[in-house]
Write a protein that binds this ligand. Structure first.
Ligand code: ADP
Ligand code: MG
Length: 287
């Protein structure tokens, strides 16, 4: 039977905008010693501004921007939404590709009037046989574009850290969390910057969704009690695997909310601290 105190704990959590899917998760939250965090959309706002457009030689800036917006128009990834918004704001027309394939953690493949457009990570374009040229910027997130196998250029985007992320990290330590690690699909200069700014214990960058799962599995195999907090884009597998999977609601995908054990009903990572506090109070009542 479930101790009555757990019902009170779940009710209390729901009043604070935290959905706990069962009393056992309140108990599990008390044992957590390792917190894994997603970056884009979780520690950062996931709202990017377009900082520069870098066309390949012979390509017009407007054409590169149009290709990127076209391919991104069907995606709900924070990068995609940001590019679409920037395109619309500068008066760009609505675009609709004939078909789009989204490759989690890599990018997108779109078809439009017989053309194939790839938009995504540098390494992924290289793996598709595209000769990506030029330097990426040392700051922010760079998105690379190719059409019909030929490199067209890159877009630089910059995100910002959520205002409550630093406070969350400090409180997690006070509560006694031993290890706070970021797992991100994004590349290194940006990952390192976010980790250093927030004073995390470590980070792994350039991860595909299954590599986030493997990172959590290594911690579990080492005897650590894990939680993963993510906004949910591409993160359903790791949310399901972590000791306690915690999704942030507002941006979160349906698959993530389904896979998670706990859902924070607003894009405020600090609510994780509230969830841990409620779990601790509930234990005192139950005992
Ligand atoms: P994170 O783990 O930080 O939340 P994701 O796994 O969602 O990041 O994405 C990792 C990387 O893959 C991004 O930084 C970007 O380079 C690339 N990527 C993913 N989806 C897209 C997209 N829709 N358009 C362009 N690039 C993308
Ligand atoms: Mg994310």
């Amino acid at each position: 039977s479930i101790p009555l105190g757990f019902f009170a704990g779940i009710g209390r959590a729901s009043k604070e905008g935290i959905l706990v899917k069962g009393g056992n998760y309140l108990e599990a939250l008390n044992r957590i010693d390792t917190v894994f965090l997603d970056k884009t959309g979780t520690l950062t706002k996931g709202v990017f501004s377009l900082t520069s457009i870098l066309p390949a030689p012979g390509i017009k800036e407007a054409e590169l921007f149009r290709l990127a917006s076209l391919a991104e128009s069907a995606s709900h990834h924070p990068i995609a939404i940001s590019i679409q918004n920037a395109w619309t704001e500068q008066g760009g027309a609505n675009l609709a590709p004939d078909s789009v394939e989204e490759i989690a953690g890599h990018g997108l493949k779109a078809r439009y009037q017989g053309q194939t457009i790839l938009v995504g990570k540098r390494d992924w374009l290289l793996s598709q046989g595209i000769e990506v040229e030029g330097l990426s910027s040392s700051e922010g997130t760079t998105v690379y574009v190719a059409m019909n196998g030929v490199y067209q250029g890159a877009l630089n985007l910059s995100d910002s850290i959520r205002p409550d992320a630093e406070k969350m990290v400090k409180e997690l330590r006070k509560i006694g969390i031993k290890s706070i690690i970021m797992l991100t699909g994004d590349a290194n200069p940006t990952a390192e910057f976010v980790s250093n700014t927030l004073g995390l214990d470590g980070y792994e960058s350039g991860l595909l969704p299954h590599q986030k799962v493997e990172a959590v599995e290594r911690a579990i195999a080492a005897g650590q009690q894990t939680a993963f907090l993510g906004d949910g884009i591409n993160d359903a597998p790791v949310l399901a695997r972590a000791g306690v999977g915690i999704a942030m609601g507002a941006l979160g995908s349906d698959a993530a909310i389904e896979a998670a054990d706990v859902v924070l009903m607003a894009d405020e990572p600090f609510r994780l601290v509230n969830a841990l506090r409620i779990a601790r109070k509930t234990r005192q009542i139950v005992l």
